[in-house]
Design a binder for this molecule. Structure first.
Ligand code: ADP
Length: 396
């Protein structure tokens, strides 16, 4: 069974075609700059060179057309006929409180997704556009929606309720939803496999550290707390997002700097985090280089980032009444040995002991704690696309 996994952003469409008989990625790629000048699709089929197809695309439907053509292209395609695509799995950012798992997409689901737009105005509309484009161009092919928020729907109310007037939760659905759920679910399950333990017996802190970053407390296979909140702005200091700050700062800055709602949103989402502190970049590689060259603010940004991850690890151990494993994933978590070491150092009192040599690893499954470490520390590359494809197969 071949599953096409689609992840639509506001001006991009990422895709992977996966043969679920052997989990081989037959083709993958990215359509970018959709609707603006310089639109292109970067496409790569298994065992072939990457090609870049430069073509104007007014919308996601145009982009999908080009992607489907690339998939069946005689020179750089992966399949002979579109009939070989048996199902489509869509990444959907926000499922609100309606979806606690993946679903087969039908008219009712689309209606429910439209109702969630208010909760994710930047993300859900392109996800819906992607779904509609597939319906038009691949009529009759079954589709599944996999939500970033669904895994966290198991959180107890004491985790997800905010200390605000309760009516705001009832009126507007203001509560913690959490994101990166597909990744937290994938890496926690994989960590249990690597450790040869039953996920149901484990208390795991999963650290998804990319440009956007979040932690989850996964107890007996269920998310019981997570650091992102009503939106992906809460929690860790991220590439450009501020994470936890005193909420009173918001109105203070608005007044002092004369910012309106868009202005403050832009400042907190795009100009803060490690970019804001360092003034160097939102990319951790640039910041690490600057810090190694003596840039103090770059070092401060790294210190702030690491300190907050450390704080959340300890907090989530408290939430779960202990911790058996800490798992690092995503761009930074998978690749940066120095960050993992800095985050774990000082947590020896909790039984977390990193092995410097074993930790010298990037982008592959590994246990990086010492043999004696009470808490196991793991690196597990995330694979949200495979998780989406697996859910798609399971539901169909
Ligand atoms: P997202 O999907 O949220 O855009 P990724 O999971 O791709 O993010 O992670 C991107 C981040 O990971 C970037 O800040 C990048 O600098 C960081 N990263 C990737 N490789 C390395 C590395 N070798 N060392 C340090 N940081 C890295």
């Amino acid at each position: 069974m071949n599953v096409l996994v689609i992840n639509c952003g506001s001006s991009s469409l990422k895709y992977q075609l996966i043969d679920m008989n052997n989990e081989n990625v037959l083709a993958k790629g990215l359509a970018e700059r959709i609707g603006i000048e310089g639109a292109r699709v970067k496409h790569e089929a298994l065992g072939m060179d990457k090609v870049v197809i430069e073509k104007p695309m007014t919308d996601h439907k145009d982009a999908l057309k080009i992607v489907l053509d690339a998939l069946v292209d005689t020179k750089h395609g992966a399949i002979k006929d579109l009939k070989e695509i048996n199902a489509v799995g869509h990444r959907v950012v926000h499922g609100g409180e309606k979806f606690s798992g993946s679903v087969v997409i039908d008219d009712d689901v689309i209606k429910a997704l439209e109702e969630c737009i208010e909760l994710a105005p930047l993300h859900n509309p392109p996800n819906l556009i992607g779904i509609r484009a597939c319906q038009e161009l691949m009529p009759g092919v079954p589709m599944v929606g996999v939500f970033d928020t669904a895994f966290h729907q198991t959180m107890p109310k004491s985790s997800y309720i905010y200390p605000l007037p309760y009516e705001l939760y009832e009126k507007y659905g203001i509560r913690k939803y959490g994101f990166h759920g597909t990744s937290h679910r994938f890496v926690s399950a994989r960590a249990a496999e690597i450790l040869g333990k039953d996920l149901k017996d484990l208390k795991i802190v999963t650290c998804h550290l990319g440009n956007g970053a979040s932690l989850a407390a996964v107890k007996n296979g269920e998310s019981v707390d997570t650091s992102m909140g009503f939106t992906p702005l809460e929690g860790l200091a991220m590439g450009t997002r501020c994470g936890d700050i005193d909420p009173a700062i918001v109105t203070f800055i608005m007044e002092k700097e004369g910012l309106d709602i868009d202005g403050i949103n832009n400042l907190l989402n795009k100009k803060s985090g490690v970019l804001g502190i360092s003034g160097v970049s939102s990319d951790f590689r640039d910041i690490e280089i600057a810090a190694s060259e003596g840039n103090e603010r770059a070092q401060l940004a790294l210190d702030k980032f690491n300190a907050r991850v450390k704080k959340y690890i300890a907090a989530y151990a408290a939430v779960m009444g202990g911790v058996d494993a800490v798992v690092f994933t995503a761009g930074l978590g998978e690749n940066s040995a120095s960050n993992r070491e800095a985050i774990c150092s000082g947590l020896e009192f909790m039984g977390i002991e990193i092995d410097k040599e074993k930790n010298n690893v990037r982008g592959k499954d590994a246990i990086v704690s010492t043999d004696n470490s009470k808490v196991k520390v793991l690196v597990v590359p995330t694979n949200e696309e495979l998780m989406i494809a697996k859910d798609t197969v399971e539901l169909l």
